[in-house]
Design a protein around this ligand. Sequence first.
Ligand code: ATP
Ligand code: MG
Length: 310
Amino acid sequence: MYVVSVINYKGGVGKTTLTANLGAELANRGMKVLLIDLDPQTSLTFSFYEPDDWRERLRDGRTVKRWYDGLRGDEAPVTLGELVVSPGPANAHLKGAGRIDLIASHLGLTDIDLALARGVADGDEYDAELFRVRGSLAEGLHDDALDSYDLVLIDCAPNFGVVTQSAIIASDHLLIPAKADYLSTLGIDYLHGNVRELCRQYNADSRRFATIRRHHKVAPGVAGVVFTMIQLMAQRPIAAHQGFMDQVRALGLPVLPTALRENVTLFATNTPRGVPVVLRDRITTPAVREELQQITTEFLAHLQPEPVAA
Ligand SMILES: Nc1ncnc2c1ncn2[C@@H]1O[C@H](COP(=O)(O)OP(=O)(O)OP(=O)(O)O)[C@@H](O)[C@H]1O
Ligand SMILES: [Mg+2]
C-alpha cells in the first residue's frame, strides 16, 4: 500500500480537484483507493457527498475528526477502518473491480491544531506530545481493515499545522499541485525545505522517544509537481506559465510532463455532484479528461520503486 499526500501551502492550487480525479482514475483502472480528507474546509468530502448527506450520515462520528478526538482522549478511540465510507455515484461509474472510498472531514479538525498549540507547556512534555501526534496517522494506517487498499491519497489543507505534518510523516510520497505563478514557484521550494526539516526533527525525536513508538525513519520523496490551471495558446502553455514551469524544473524536483489546463466550466461547476470530471461520460472538452488520464499514468510511473543499484 502506497500512502501519498497531495500538498501545497498555497490555497486554491487544485489539490482537492487533483486528489478526487487521480483517485477516481486509479480506481477506474482497477485499483482500490482510499481518499482521506484532512482539510477542515471539507471540499474533497463535498466533491463526493451532498452537504445534507454529510450532515445526516457522516458529521457526528464518521469523519477523521472523530479519529483524532479518540486519539487525544476526548472521546473513545476508534480505528480509521471504522470511518471509511463508499461514495455511491463515483463507484457506480467505475468500469472494473476497482473501488474508491473516503474518510470524510469535519470543520472541527482545526481544533486539533489549536488544542496542541495551547495544550502543554514547552519542554520535553510538549516535544513528546508533538512527536506522538505527528506520527499518529502513520500508526493509524497500520490497520488490518485497510490492508486491501493499493493506495491512500491524502488531501491536505493549505497549511503546515500538525495535522498536515501527520500526513507527511505517514506518506511514502508527496504530490505537489501548483499554479504556474510567482508565489507558487517560491512556495514549492519553501515547502520542500520544511518537509525535509520536519522529517529530520521527527527522526531525531523517534530515537529520543523510543518508549512512545518504535523507531522508524521517515523520508517521503516528491512523486511529482503537477501544474494545474494552465492557460493554453495554440495547444501550448502561454509563455508566462512556461517560464514558471521551467523554474520549478530547475529546482531539481520532478515535474510531471503533462499539465492540467484551466477549464472553469468543467471544474467550477460540480455537476453531477459526486462524479469527478475524469469519470464523466460526456464532457465538453475531452482533452481535459485525457490530461487527467496522462497525469495519472505519469504519477504511477513515479510510484514504481527505484531500481536497486548494482
Ligand atoms: N484546471 C482547473 N481549471 C479551472 N478551475 C479549476 C481547475 N482545477 C480546480 N479548479 C477550481 O479552482 C478552485 C480551487 O481548486 P481546489 O479546491 O482543487 O484547490 P485546493 O488547492 O484544494 O484549494 P484549498 O487550498 O482551498 O484546499 C475550485 O473552485 C476548483 O473547482
Ligand atoms: Mg482543497
